[in-house]
Design a protein around this ligand. Sequence first.
Ligand code: GLY
Length: 310
Amino acid sequence: MSWGVIGTWRMALEGIMEAEKLLKDGKSSLDAIEVAVKMVEDCPEYRSVGYGGLPNRDCEIELDAAFMDGDTFSIGAVGSIKDFKNPISIARKLMDERYNIFLVGQGAERYAHTMGFQRTNMLTDYSKEEWKKKKSEIKLDKLKAYDGHDTVGIVGLDRNGKMAVATSTSGLFMKRSGRIGDSPLSGSGFYADSEIGAASATGVGEDIMKGCISYEIVRLMEEGLHPQEAAEKAVNKLNQKLISKRGEAKDISVVCMNNKGEWGVATNINKFSFVVATEAEEPTVYIASFSDGKTTYVKATQEWIDTHTE
Ligand code: GLY
């Protein structure tokens, strides 16, 4: 059976290279995408996920993460969790539970502690400096969402046909304490059904969650649309609805794959990078852009890959 993996942003590259080895080897998509997301969480250069993420208004790193198994529909998610090294592994562990599958704040931290997950200070000197700079630049009530790369969302398909999806993020820079975005919300930040496919979103959670976009993409794939058509149809519809109802649509980008290993991507911004590896394709970084209601993408050059983290 064919296998594949697709992830949001260039930051997914090193993780997807590891995931590729595992999937080629016949390992489970759950293990492959957990390894991939952990590599992003552990890297301080990737400033919107895990260690070295961008802080909230109180200079704290609050992390959101989720995991979904497309065979069983098991979901695990954490929101606003502080001081734990790999939120994605805590989310995966929560998939074992029948109840209490989505924990936030202190409750999530108590669970992680009980389960023996590693506590770490996730704030780096760089993040602290960025926070200080931003705070001195603008008044808090004028703060805008951090615009740039944010959630790492990775979809995997293994040789047994199991699909899974995982997300992890520090959310919006200078968010209010307790703010949770789309990433740990089932149907919005992620969705997986091994009988059809899986999807994940990145961008401004407040807008993404208005369209339950990951579920919508999987639903469109179930209707028979190719992943590329499903992704574009869902993003364009939500983008237009938001503009007509609210006058604007913030950043929305998605990646998806069906259970044949065919993939799709869509965005409403000018530069959205993503990474794909399949049986037919070595890990490849692409840059997608949006114009006239259409998403197009090109392969990133090695120079671009070497000089960008987003
Ligand atoms: N998409 C991540 C967030 O809004 O928190």
